[in-house]
Design a protein around this ligand. Structure first.
Ligand SMILES: NC(=O)C1=CN([C@@H]2O[C@H](COP(=O)(O)OP(=O)(O)OC[C@H]3O[C@@H](n4cnc5c(N)ncnc54)[C@H](O)[C@@H]3O)[C@@H](O)[C@H]2O)[C@H](O)CC1
Ligand SMILES: [K+]
Length: 482
């Protein structure tokens, strides 16, 4: 499975340092290579650009900007360097670049919005992996002016104001059209607000030896649908060979479990059985006659299931509680979602043969913390969930995370249209169906999450993200599966 290794800011700094100290690559050379590669991408992306504004901070990200200003000047562009932060704070390689820039007759001018308005492209060299607190004052004003300018933006390494580790915006962050990140891709670019702030992402290795990278274990692996595994489906398969997906839920309302069941059916389960309240049976059968719908859960029915998905519309009353208790004491692989997770949060249970699929609110209840704490560091949160509950954890959100106890994987597909009710119900059905067809839980989680999000991207391309209906994922999902 070809994956995109993603690293933390600290790991990027360590790799920088090792490359400089042990691999003998001078820091100034890394900075020049960073600037040169970024300038090449600027020319490729905006070939008509004649005038650029380079907004520089006082750290090495600013140093990248000073170096890029030189390449642009030598290439004949008109370059305005706008300096944010006191010049006396500029040190080391960045100071060397500032002096070299002066040799070309270029100097940093005080930040002003008029210069931004006249630029064909703005280069964001304010802050990179050194961001260590929310931006405020001149930094915040500059970021907001860059965003308000409406001009195309190229971000160096990280859009300024974005956390390289969590994808959270610290105060305010640049919204770039293109981000050239250096040496290694940072995980924050691919999750939460990072996906919106970074725009298109290109990574430039700067010639850092691969064995230097190998010394760091990536904090997450970026997953694409095309890298995921599918359950085997022999040509002579019959329904019995494709597993029985048993879905349980629908106390007060049947909509959620109906979506789950239809998704399981379209994701290739051989048989799709539903246990729900008696009053919902007719509605479910009318929705799709291929569904086998029951109002009781017998031990035989559990025994016959290849995989169980429980939670959508389950409710937290005696009916739902009893059904959950019945399946938790069996060893059929299962997916717990929605109210099943809320009920689980009230127990001290832990297991290996389950996939839990919390959204941030359910994760907060499972961890006994606030949603803000979950979202502040989602990788930390998914790890804690996996250590506490075992099995495989799917922490849903922008850049859904999957932790199987070995790796944390990050789904690279998905869009804002998925933040609507019912999308989670569809995912539960997909996961249950993939397990029923024989995928081990970790593979089912990775493939199911990527299939779900890639289908949502196809649906959004066709219908737009606003008002995306979960049932609009079913056809593109089948397309991806065949
Ligand atoms: N040789 C190398 O290390 C290379 C680094 N690259 C570039 O360098 C940056 C990382 O540089 P660093 O100096 O560590 O950090 P920053 O430039 O991001 O700025 C840190 C600077 O800013 C101050 N600061 C932090 N947060 C804030 C804030 N919210 N408001 C104001 N000021 C803030 C902090 O105190 C420091 O003084 C990396 O991203 C690359 O762009 C090269 O690309 C490769 C070689
Ligand atoms: K930046």
């Amino acid at each position: 499975m070809a994956v995109l290794n993603l690293y933390s800011a600290e790991q990027a700094r360590t790799i920088d340092r090792i490359a400089i100290e042990q691999a003998g690559v001078p820091g100034i050379l890394l900075m020049k290579r960073a600037a040169f590669s970024a300038f090449q991408h600027l020319r490729a992306h905006w070939p008509q650009a004649q005038r650029i504004a380079v907004v520089c901070g006082v750290g090495n990200n600013g140093g990248d900007g000073f170096a890029l200003a030189q390449y642009a000047t030598l290439a004949g562009l008109q370059v305005d360097v706008l300096q944010v932060g006191p010049t006396h704070k500029i040190r080391g390689d960045a100071l060397t670049m500032l002096h070299e820039m002066a040799d070309l007759g270029l100097s940093g001018l005080p930040f002003d919005t008029n210069t931004l308005a006249e630029a064909d492209v703005i280069v964001d060299a304010l802050l990179g992996t050194g961001l260590d607190r929310p931006v405020e004052g001149a930094y915040r004003d500059s970021i907001e002016a860059i965003n308000a300018s409406g001009r195309p933006v190229l971000a160096l390494d990280i859009p300024s104001g974005l956390s390289a580790d969590t994808g959270q915006v610290l105060g305010s962050a640049v919204k770039a059209h293109l981000t050239t990140t250096f040496i290694v891709p940072k995980v924050g670019l691919y999750m939460e607000q990072g996906r919106e702030c970074a725009g298109k992402i290109v990574c430039e290795n700067l010639g850092v030896p691969l064995h230097t990278l190998a010394m760091q274990t990536p904090v997450a692996r970026g997953l694409r649908w095309q890298d995921c595994v599918l359950p085997p489906r022999p040509a002579h398969a019959h329904k019995g060979r494709c597993g029985t997906a048993l879905l349980i839920g629908g106390d007060a309302l049947a909509g959620a479990i109906a979506l789950t069941a239809e998704a399981a059916l379209h994701a290739g389960a051989g048989l799709t059985q539903v246990v729900t309240r008696a009053e919902h049976r007719t509605a479910l059968l009318c929705r799709n006659p291929a569904l086998m719908v029951y109002d009781t859960l017998s031990p035989d029915r559990i025994e016959a299931a290849s995989a169980i998905g429980i939670g959508p519309g389950l409710g937290q009353n005696d009916w739902g509680r009893q059904l959950l208790r019945q399946i938790l004491h069996r060893d059929t692989p299962r997916v717990l979602d929605a109210d099943a997770l809320n009920l689980l949060a009230q127990t001290a249970m832990r297991a290996d043969n389950w996939i839990l699929t919390p959204h941030p609110g359910e994760a907060a209840r499972l961890l006994g913390c606030s949603v803000a704490e979950v979202q502040a560091d989602r990788i930390q949160a998914v790890r804690k969930l996996q250590q506490r509950y075992g099995g495989v954890i799917v922490l849903k959100g922008a850049g859904t995370l999957i932790d199987d106890g070995e790796h944390v994987d990050l789904c690279l597909h998905g869009n804002a249209g998925m933040a609507t009710g019912g999308m989670g119900d569809v995912l539960t059905g997909i996961l249950t169906a993939l397990i029923a067809q024989g995928l081990p839980l970790p593979e089912a989680a990775r493939s199911g999450v990527c299939l779900h999000a890639a289908a949502a991207d196809l649906a959004a391309a066709q219908h737009g993200t606003r008002g995306l209906d979960p049932t609009q994922l079913l056809a593109p999902m089948q397309h991806l599966l065949n």
